[in-house]
Design a protein around this ligand. Structure first.
Ligand code: 13P
Length: 247
């Protein structure tokens, strides 16, 4: 299994930010793990020009469930692919919260991504209230059951466990809590998809930084990270890439 360091730039970045990609590529020509950046859709094409022939993969941050049509402001999976993406993040908690995305919609989008030849990075995670109520595994299990469509395999799916309360807060779960949820996800994937699930990568996301990446990557069933804020700077993201490559 090739481990995956993924950066989610969210609604950040302009053409001036392409310099960070140039630095990242200059410092990590042969990173020893897979590197993925998911910029705003406006930057996919210029970033793809920089990434051509390098170890850097690119992804979108969302796609529409339909292939084309009258959906003002939306982007289809095929359009992302055409602009240079190989991946698309789906069901991020910010989209679930800001746009009311349901598990069912996320599953439809994942099928659209698969149809277009993109790997779906499907996000799951409990809120702070749900964790405090002891409902973490119930919530993550229900999201996984509803958001991951049938036929998932390592070739078309990555799972990202992102506790909502850890995103952008500087707080992370204990390593035992991360281990518990990743083990639970691995078992659930195995129960549903059998041997096809074995190589599906499970990323941890939420306040991953150079200073905590190493200890998180040592947790069983953590196959990489989905990084927000710390992915915006080449030096920080590069340090996380190096930490992952050490495993
Ligand atoms: P932060 O790394 O900024 O906490 O964001 C995590 C995230 O939401 C990645 O998708």
């Amino acid at each position: 299994m090739r481990r995956l360091a993924a950066g989610n730039w969210k609604m950040n970045g302009s053409t001036a930010s392409l310099g960070e990609i140039r630095s990242l590529l200059a410092d990590h020509p042969d990173p020893g793990c897979e590197m993925l950046i998911c910029p705003p859709a406006t930057l996919l094409a210029p970033m793809a020009a920089l990434a051509a022939g390098t170890a850097l993969s690119l992804g979108g941050q969302d796609c529409h469930q339909n292939t084309s049509g009258a959906h003002t402001g939306d982007v289809s999976a095929a359009m992302l692919k055409d602009a240079g993406a190989g991946y698309v993040i789906l069901g991020h908690s910010e989209r679930r919260a800001d746009h009311g995305e349901t598990d069912q919609l996320v599953a439809q989008k994942a099928l659209a991504a698969r149809e277009a030849g993109l790997v779906a990075v499907i996000c799951l995670g409990e809120t702070g209230g749900e964790r405090d109520a002891g409902r973490t595994l119930d919530v993550v299990g229900a999201q996984l059951a509803g958001s991951v469509p049938d036929g998932a395999s390592a070739a078309n799916t990555v799972i990202a466990y992102e506790p909502v309360w850890a995103i952008g807060t500087g707080r992370i779960p204990t390593l035992e809590q991360i281990a518990e949820v990743h083990d639970f996800i691995a078992r659930a994937l195995n129960a549903r998809f059998g041997s096809a699930a074995g190589a599906i990568r499970i990323l941890y996301g939420g306040s991953v930084k150079p200073s905590n990446a190493g200890e998180i990557f040592a947790v069983p069933h953590v196959h990489g990270a989905l990084v927000g804020g710390a992915s915006l700077k080449a030096a920080d993201f590069g340090a996380i890439v190096s930490a992952l490559a050490a495993f």
